[in-house]
Design a protein around this ligand. Sequence first.
Ligand SMILES: O=C(O)C1=C[C@@H](OP(=O)(O)O)[C@@H](O)[C@H](O)C1
Ligand SMILES: C=C(OP(=O)(O)O)C(=O)O
Length: 437
Amino acid sequence: MNWLDLPAIRMAQGTIQLPGSKSISNRILLLAALAHGITHVRDLLVSDDTDYMLKALTKLGVGISQTSENSYRITGVGGYFREKEASLFLGNAGTAYRPLVAVLALMSGHYRLSGVARMHERPIGDLVDALRQIGANITYLGNPGYPPLQINPVALEHEDIHLTVKGDVSSQYLTGLLMALPITGRKITIEVSGTLISQPYVALTLAQMRKFGVLVEQTAWRRFVLQAHQHYCSPGEIVVEGDASSASYFLAAGAIGGGPVRVQGVGSESVQGDVKFAEALEKMGAYIRMGTNWIEASCPLNGTARRPLQAIELDCNHIPDAAMTLAVAALFAKGVTTLKNIASWRLKETDRLAAMSKELQKLGAGIEEGHDYLRITPPENSLAAGVAIDTYDDHRMAMSFSLAAFGVPVRINDPDCVKKTFPEYFDQFKRIVCFKE
Ligand SMILES: O=C(O)C1=C[C@@H](OP(=O)(O)O)[C@@H](O)[C@H](O)C1
Ligand SMILES: C=C(OP(=O)(O)O)C(=O)O
């Protein structure tokens, strides 16, 4: 197996230009593909997850050309894809798989959607159940409730579309429905049953749809109404903002390792929920500054000496991805940190609650792992030395645990898994840290 040895880190300081947001990139690609007109997308994230979306859309007959390293020209199909038969492999990209299921269910074609083994363990039943309410023809090719899926032509049953979707397993089902259903041109009402998790991601979806001219009337997080005859129209050019989840590792580095560390590409005007990670760090005592397009974090000081962060207790439902960064930052905080309302961690790239517990314990932390929470007690003295961190093919495990090097030298197994959302992560991380040796 491949690994990366990080020597112990003395301090962190510098500026990072963030790669494009994964969540925005894949939403924009899909909306641009469905829209009328040509969209020029700039600062798109270049990574596995966006690559799967680009390849799928190309197979579906969308005209896509790369105009520079991270710029693309998308010729929208104005509603329906030309290609009526395709077999699509979408890796482990939730932001590609879930919305494409919803879109292809309406396309009157024959499509097979698969992914890596872990994708076939990530539930899709709530989305399929919602689509079946309007007549979608979807078959499970493996275990019921999970990918892979076969999608066949739909016969929409009613003039107005009214459906209910569960919101407590993943917000990506609602996001998929919201993005897909406007291509029917019908009046749409979506009710959410159960409490909607990861709400800021739905706000992000609505914001991207608005850029393409489709408006949604929202009643709290329970009811979404779209008036009939709305169609996606290209806004011409779109610049993707930096990834707020990717920002979290650098901000934590600034808060633990002195700083200031500045990330450029997200800031106070960001539409991404994970910018709220900066507030969590601030609660831990970090010094945070923010402009419209940048955020900076430094370590709390006692005179000129670095002061340790303070433990927090936080409901992390609004920042499910960046919360993993908090779990590792907790190793450097005084007291017991509790991260609550993170049951969805169990259904992501790996069972993140189990994986995080196991690897934190290797470093000497005391862990209480609940069904939907994690309580982390840092070791009394230093972190355990000579540890190799397993990453479970989860980019966020690899990126979060790079922070452990602020305590001891650490080995990160299979560091290449970061290519899901941030292929250059470790090169960038090394740019802002000074190692002890
Ligand atoms: O819609 C999105 O872009 C995302 C929603 C979240 O998933 P859940 O809604 O499953 O929590 C998040 O964890 C994922 O990385 C991206
Ligand atoms: C959960 C994640 O990805 P996905 O979009 O595949 O759900 C993630 O990036 O942390």
